[in-house]
Ligand binder design. Structure first.
Ligand code: THU
Length: 133
């Protein structure tokens, strides 16, 4: 895990808007072009409109770079122990833009780290190759 992503994911947690679950989540991603984006979870009184930290980070990256991006590293930070891995929806959204050997780290501020690969978290995922030959 790179130090800048670790720090940015923990910083992003602090902006979490989570009055309902009271769980702050931060995420940071690095693209193959070197750019880094972060996000936090943003809840909504209409619960289904809540969005996770990881997806906010991905959407920020796409909105600033277009869709031709490759995510090479993801760090997700929560206070939880063990730290949370990305939810299924976020795995799918990451899958759309993921690089071949993307690493995913789940961390908490106490220093616990769980290390995954994206493809370990979402084996045989559905992707654009099914729709665009
Ligand atoms: N959450 C994330 O931000 N990322 C995940 O991968 C798991 C869940 C958020 C959504 C909601 O605001 C809170 O954590 C509890 O589910």
């Amino acid at each position: 895990m790179t130090e800048d992503l670790r720090k940015k994911s923990i910083e992003a947690m602090k902006n979490s808007y989570s009055p309902y679950s009271k769980r702050q989540v931060g995420a940071a991603i690095r693209l193959s072009n070197g750019k880094v984006y972060s996000g936090c979870n943003i809840e909504n009184s209409s619960f289904g409109a809540t969005v996770c930290a990881e997806r906010v980070a991905v959407w920020k990256a796409v909105s600033e770079n277009g869709g031709d991006i490759q995510i090479v590293e993801v760090v997700v930070a929560t206070e939880a122990s063990p730290p949370w891995s990305p939810c299924g929806l976020c795995r799918q959204v990451i899958n759309e833009f993921v690089a071949k050997n993307c690493e995913v780290y789940s961390i908490n501020p106490n220093g616990d780290v769980r290390t995954f690969t994206h493809h370990g978290l979402l084996p045989n995922g559905f992707d654009r190759s099914a729709l665009i030959p």
